[in-house]
Design a protein around this ligand. Structure first.
Ligand code: WT7
Length: 634
């Protein structure tokens, strides 16, 4: 049984079975993969420590399942269609056979430069096929990749390299994103100024721009593959060996390294990819995410390749050369499935339907949305203008920590409803709990979203800090994984994710911790204290609003604003820039010194009437002052 879902009745049946017999269910799905040795036991878990293990003692290499396995029947099939940033440049099409060869070749490069099983390798690359090759080459030799999104600053790379203890880094000279040329190698050089861990930096010549190569440390990708062989046996990995680390933001200032392991992640991404999108073998799947985020890991790289799919990878941005670019790509490559983010939909919607008009989107049969709640207006626009009202929309809810999609319609199979993620996938047991930690069993309720039972793609730990994993996800509610999201279940039992209930923001789909932004702002020598909250933004979903207390030397607030924005860009990346900065004389604090963010959020939302109870504040007058000040920013 592969438990592929073909009808809604099947979904209901499979779901029921998956809950009654999760181990039997996942074991049968896992049997469809290539294992060097099968598991002794399907699952061992407790959510207290937490300790979660899937397919115990099974041996595999995920790249054999992504590549080798397809060669006999599908070696000539296109694995990756690469669309360049500049539409006038050449498209690249890479077959499974070619990808296999490229991965083996580069895996040998890694080995000959000293990389081995268990090493952590940082990857900071643009959206080019070599990024996929680099990731799979790591997995081939059992090294753990830690991909850092290309929009992150030097400081962010440095922090991640240090936390993961990386000895090697793979990058490219530079990349065009839209009309902007970015010198990636220059950013890497800056990141490594004080580093003495990284022994090798492998540089892919992408744009031929002028960069500095440090002797001994820096080597060229093209020189290395010249002298490498193409024969590379896959390292045999335990099911629970680490596959990768991906850093993501939480409520504290320091991003955490979410760890996914080989066996469970493989089974989960493949199963969710082929079912949610109902992928059929001749279809072209286009996911617009950046591989630097989990969506790209799971649904550009692993899920599609494990399924033998053809995946389109786009180097550029949706607005270059104009806001019709995504639609042009759909037309040019006859894309069948488009998976994108609400923020992109809203920005293209704002640009106007004239960019869609005249584009032949008739190849599309299924649509997906991911990363943040999709508002009804955007949902309808996507449905009507892009899907021509005939393409089901899968509003897929999941997280970096979940490895793959947990709650989503099955495209074309199960019902949809604008702004609803609808129903849990097989094997997923959601629970909505109230503040007392009690599960609410009835419909028409809302609360915190938890998951009661493990699934193969769940994170196993946060790198080097298991305690953080425990306190973040498994402590708030006993015996449950806490997602950090608020959620409602309507009268029909359909789920709607209402957004983060913690101090995490989703800005243009990018996950940012308010504490990270505050830490950056506080580095400015004139800043005494800051508090950052999100506010509703018509395109970005959320915008960043910073309340900042400065010492009184401050005179030129515009200059200070610019300096603060520069610091945030330098510390995190320009995607984390505050939209609004309000200078204040104090922050609303309780007598114990806790900032009452609830009040700041309301003010940032422009809702100054209903601030709720302010009597517990140390100094209630400060609220009036902040309210007045906020009006002049609006
Ligand atoms: C957070 C996770 C999902 C992979 C990419 C983002 C929000 C994600 C949805 C959705 C409403 C969503 C949640 C979640 N989110 N998808 N379909 N509807 N909210 O992964 O960066 O780890 O962010 O994104 O708040 O907790 P991430």
């Amino acid at each position: 049984m592969n438990y592929q879902i073909n009808t809604f009745e099947e979904y209901l049946e499979i779901y029921k079975y998956s809950i009654e017999n999760p181990e039997g269910f996942w074991a049968e799905i896992a049997s469809n993969f290539f294992w060097h040795k099968k598991w002794d036991k399907v699952l061992e878990w407790n959510f207290t420590e937490p300790e979660i293990k899937w397919f115990l003692n099974a041996k595999l290499n995920i790249t054999e399942n992504c590549l080798d396995r397809h060669l006999a029947d599908g070696g000539e099939k296109t694995a990756i269609i690469w669309e360049p940033n500049n539409p006038d440049e050449n498209v690249r099409k890479i077959t499974y056979k070619q990808l296999y060869t490229d991965v083996c070749l580069f895996a040998n490069v890694l080995k000959s430069n000293g990389a081995k099983k268990g090493d952590r390798i940082c990857i900071y690359m643009p959206m080019i096929p070599e990024l996929v090759i680099a990731m799979l080459a790591c997995a081939r030799i059992g090294a753990i990749h830690s991909v850092v999104f290309g929009g992150f600053s030097a400081k962010s790379i440095a922090d991640r390299v240090e936390d993961a203890g990386c000895r090697m880094l793979i990058t490219a000279d530079g990349v065009y994103r839209g009309a902007k040329l970015l010198n990636l190698k220059g950013i890497v050089d800056e990141a490594l100024i004080n580093d003495n861990l990284i022994k090798k930096v492998i540089v892919f010549k992408n744009r031929g721009i002028n960069i500095k190569m440090q002797t001994e440390r820096d080597i060229w990708w093209h020189d290395e593959i010249e002298i490498a062989t193409t024969d590379c046996k896959a390292e045999i990995m335990d099911s629970e060996d680490m596959l990768y680390i991906l850093y993501t933001s939480g409520s504290t200032g320091k991003p955490k390294g979410v760890v996914h392991t080989c066996g469970g992640y493989m089974v989960y991404t493949a199963y969710t990819f082929s079912n949610v999108f109902q992928y059929k073998s001749n279809e072209i799947f286009f996911c617009t995410a950046d591989i630097g985020w989990v969506t790209g890991h799971s649904y550009i790289v692993y899920g599609p390749l494990l399924s033998g799919a053809t995946c389109l990878m786009f180097e550029g941005i949706p607005t270059y050369p104009d806001s019709g670019r995504l639609w042009e790509i759909v037309e040019k490559h006859k894309v069948n499935i488009l998976y994108t983010a609400p923020t992109a939909i809203r920005s293209l919607m704002q640009a106007g339907t004239e960019f869609v008009r005249g584009k032949d989107l008739s190849s599309l049969s299924k649509l997906g949305s991911v990363g943040e709640p999709i508002n009804e207006e955007a949902w309808h626009w996507y449905n009507e203008n892009i899907g021509n009202s005939k393409c089901p929309i899968a509003d897929t809810w999941w997280q970096t920590e979940t490895g793959g999609i947990l709650i989503s319609p099955i495209a074309g199979i199960s019902p949809t409803k604008p702004s609803y993620a609808m129903l849990p996938l097989p094997g997923i047991q959601p629970a909505i709990v109230n503040a007392q930690g009690e599960e609410l069993f009835e419909n028409n309720i809302s609360g915190d979203l938890c998951i009661k039972f493990p699934w193969p793609g769940i994170l196993r730990t946060t790198y080097n800090n298991h305690e953080r994993c425990r306190t973040n996800y498994f402590e708030t509610y006993k015996n449950m994984y806490y997602t950090g999201d608020g959620c409602l279940r309507d009268k029909d039992g359909f789920y709607r994710i209402t957004g983060r209930a913690d101090d995490v923001l989703k800005v243009s789909g990018h996950r940012i911790g308010t504490a990270e932004v505050e830490n950056a702002i506080d580095l400015h020598h004139k800043v005494i204290e800051s508090a950052v909250v999100g506010f509703p933004h018509h395109i970005k979903g959320q915008g960043i609003y910073a309340f900042v207390i400065c010492n009184n030397e401050n005179t030129d607030s515009d200059k200070l604003r610019t300096e603060i924005i520069d610091i945030v860009t330098k510390e995190i990346g320009s995607f984390a820039k505050p939209e609004k900065i309000q200078f204040v004389n104090g922050l609303p604090k309780t007598r114990s010194g806790k900032i009452m963010r609830r009040i700041l959020r309301k003010i940032a939302e422009g809702e100054t009437e209903n601030l709720g109870d302010t009597t517990t504040l140390l100094d209630p007058t400060i609220v009036e002052e902040i309210k007045t000040g906020s009006l002049s920013l609006a």
